[in-house]
Design a protein around this ligand. Structure first.
Ligand code: IPE
Ligand code: IPE
Ligand code: MG
Length: 237
């Protein structure tokens, strides 16, 4: 770990919008899915490294509600990485004391993929060092609409507060992201954690996701630690 990382000011929750797999592959004269395969390995590295730094929650935006509009061959590769590689890596999560949770409507995925995902979640549920929040078939709007529908179904006349509303979102027990890092140079949100990001810090970095490494993660954490988060208040004199 970079010595400039302040152990006392580690973000609790870091979220990655892992973008640029396709362009990274294309730059190398390879097909897009080559980038996803490489990107998967970098995702495992990022989770492990963040856990080692002391970050308690690592969210990875792996598949959005809009990503269904990609060619089937590409979806098949992404799904096989989540279904097979992640299932094999359950041992790795257990070894590193990492709990796996999912965020998003996984019921739209093929049944065998759902089963394997649930198995990884089940086998890692007692781990405590760090939580890996896999955002799959996730959309910020879907998250909000799903919460609204749950509220209506439960008691449509009950007044809603920000606090009670948060309790109906996917994974309400996770703290909101302190830092959101998007790779690949795009400076947009692409329907990620719209509610939860109200006071997140953002970093948009040019690196394509498959070039992500430990040093860059340290640099992101150091940049976060230099930010002054005010939450609407003013600095003490
Ligand atoms: C991110 O890389 C992975 C997913 C969205 C699944 P992309 O596949 O979006 O790569 P680019 O942005 O086309 O380069
Ligand atoms: C955002 O990346 C979604 C994920 C990282 C899963 P995209 O590549 O899908 O986003 P856009 O289309 O460039 O906005
Ligand atoms: Mg992209």
């Amino acid at each position: 770990m970079n010595k400039k990382v302040n152990r006392e000011k580690i973000p609790k929750h870091i979220a990655f919008i892992m973008d640029g797999n396709g362009r990274w592959a294309k730059k190398r004269g390879q097909i897009r899915t080559f980038g996803h395969r490489f990107g998967y390995k970098r995702m495992m590295m990022a989770i492990r490294h963040c856990a080692d730094i002391g970050i308690k929650v690592v969210s990875i935006y792996a598949f959005s509600t809009e990503n269904w509009n990609r060619p089937q061959e590409e979806l098949d590769v992404i799904f096989s990485l989540i279904r097979d590689n992640m299932h094999t890596d359950a041992e790795e999560f257990i070894k590193h004391d990492i709990k796996v949770v999912t965020m998003g409507d996984i019921t739209r995925f093929p049944q065998d993929m759902q089963d394997k995902l649930r198995d990884v979640v089940e086998r890692t549920k007692h781990n405590t060092r760090c939580t890996f929040n896999l955002c799959a078939n996730y959309g910020g709007r879907a998250d909000i609409i799903n919460a609204v529908n749950k509220i209506i179904a439960k008691n449509p006349s009950e007044p809603v507060t920000e606090q009670t509303f948060s309790g109906y979102l996917y994974n309400p027990d996770l703290p909101p992201p302190d830092l959101i890092v998007r790779t690949s140079g795009e400076q947009r949100i692409s329907n990620f954690m719209l509610w939860q990001m109200a006071y997140s810090e953002f970093l948009f970095i040019k690196t394509f996701w498959p070039d992500m490494n430990e040093k860059l993660i340290d640099k992101c954490v150091i940049a976060f630690q230099k930010r002054k988060r005010r939450f609407g208040k003013i600095e003490k004199e």
